[in-house]
Design a protein around this ligand. Structure first.
Ligand code: HEC
Ligand code: HEC
Length: 332
């Protein structure tokens, strides 16, 4: 059904389309939203679209005429550039190869790809990993520290304990990059109700009945599916290959997200894969295949997040947080 040859041929066809659509998007006249050849799902790129739309941004601050020369407008534009080209624009916090956009596709404006439109207003919100309320800026810092592996910038002492070498080694809620990203995320959330989750939030989850225990998943099956349906774009080594002018981020290894990231949790990663990939045919995989693929990808090495012992101290460790040491429940 999915012969590697057909995938490669399809990927090549797409690469031409993707290569053509980027300049078109940046040449969009500055007098309104970009012209799209399909209907959006609310404000979002529909989940069924393929890689042809990878460079589409329904709300693009570089071409939106409501933005002007003000400092705020420039921050919003910087935030967008940071989001879509993170390793280049935030190099001091990003030792690896991940862009925010690799996981939150289309600038955080794609359905079922962890969209961030209208997300600003839900913060502050209780976060189980932190065990406290977190702000939008805290959440961005977390994606920097973990998904972008900013802690990979830390040095270790003789005992292997991470040490903060300089005051600006790690991102904080008031780092320049974090503020600009927040400005972009606020901009794509404008006009939305405060304190209410949009209906497209939380749609990247595998339904409860399909969630089998992680130790019953089959990473070997996942590996076989990977070779057949993923390796054409992600490479046999998981590091990603250019498809047109798009390159996915590394799925494992030293340049990938670290083991304290949400995407290092098996069910969370399966939820990303299930509705966004393979990029030429998204949404047509079974829950079981997505879970086995996630088991395979999380069986691989990735950078260590040095502060895992500070996570989940109030709420229990989730069962799919496979890189965390098991914790013995202490009787109260
Ligand atoms: C490796 C994949 C990955 C990368 C890269 C990544 N994120 Fe995330 N992000 C996630 C996951 C997983 C979640 C949690 C989603 C959930 O709980 O449903 C998340 C959640 C978020 C949220 C909260 C969304 C919500 O609905 O609560 C924000 C905001 C966010 N990310 C911003 C960013 C920014 C900004 C960057 C770049 C600096 C980034 N992310 C990079 C995977 C990633
Ligand atoms: C036709 C090419 C293509 C195929 C096939 C494909 N992907 Fe992707 N994938 C991409 C691209 C491109 C991105 C980055 C999207 C972006 O930045 O806009 C991506 C992103 C991802 C991400 C987000 C994190 C990252 O490293 O970028 C995961 C996880 C992922 N793919 C897993 C898979 C899995 C598992 C399969 C097989 C079922 C698969 N992909 C098949 C092209 C592909």
């Amino acid at each position: 059904m999915h012969s590697p040859l057909r995938l490669v041929a399809a990927a090549l066809a797409i690469s031409v389309a993707a290569a053509c659509s980027k300049p078109a998007a940046s040449k969009t006249p500055p007098d309104g939203p970009p012209k799209l050849r399909y209907a959006l799902s609310g404000p979002l790129i529909p989940a069924k679209m393929t890689m042809v739309t990878a460079w589409d941004f329904p709300q693009n601050p570089l071409t939106d005429k409501s933005l002007d020369q003000s400092k705020l407008s420039k921050e919003i534009q910087l935030g967008y550039r940071l989001f879509t080209n993170t390793p280049a624009e935030a190099s001091r916090f990003v030792p690896g190869g991940m862009s925010c956009n690799n996981c939150h596709l289309n600038g955080g404006q794609r359905e079922r790809a962890m969209p961030l439109v209208a997300i600003s207003g839900v913060f502050p919100e209780y976060n189980r990993r932190a065990g406290r309320l977190i702000s939008l800026n805290d959440r961005i810092v977390d994606c920097f520290l973990r998904s972008e592996n900013a802690t990979g910038m830390l040095q270790s002492d003789a005992n292997g304990t991470a040490i903060v070498a300089a005051a600006d080694t790690l991102p904080t809620p008031t780092s320049r990059e974090v503020l600009a990203l927040a400005a972009y995320l606020n901009w794509i959330s404008r006009g939305n109700e405060i304190g209410k989750s949009p209906k497209w939030r939380g749609q990247n989850t595998i339904p409860q009945p399909s969630l089998v225990p992680v130790d019953t998943l089959d990473a070997g099956k996942g590996e076989a599916i990977y070779a057949e349906r993923c390796a054409s774009c992600h490479g046999p080594d998981g590091q990603g290959v250019y498809v047109g002018d798009k390159k996915p981020g590394p799925l494992w290894g030293p340049n990938s997200w670290n083991d304290g990231a949400g995407a290092a949790r098996v069910y969370t990663l399966a939820g990303i894969i299930r509705y966004t990939m393979p990029y030429l045919d998204p949404g047509n995989m079974t829950d079981q295949d997505a879970l086995n693929l996630a088991a395979f990808i999380t069986s691989k090495p990735r950078p260590a997040f040095p502060f895992k012992d500070k996570d989940y101290l109030v709420d229990p460790l989730p069962p799919d947080a496979v890189y965390y040491p098991k914790r013995i429940a202490v009787a109260q």
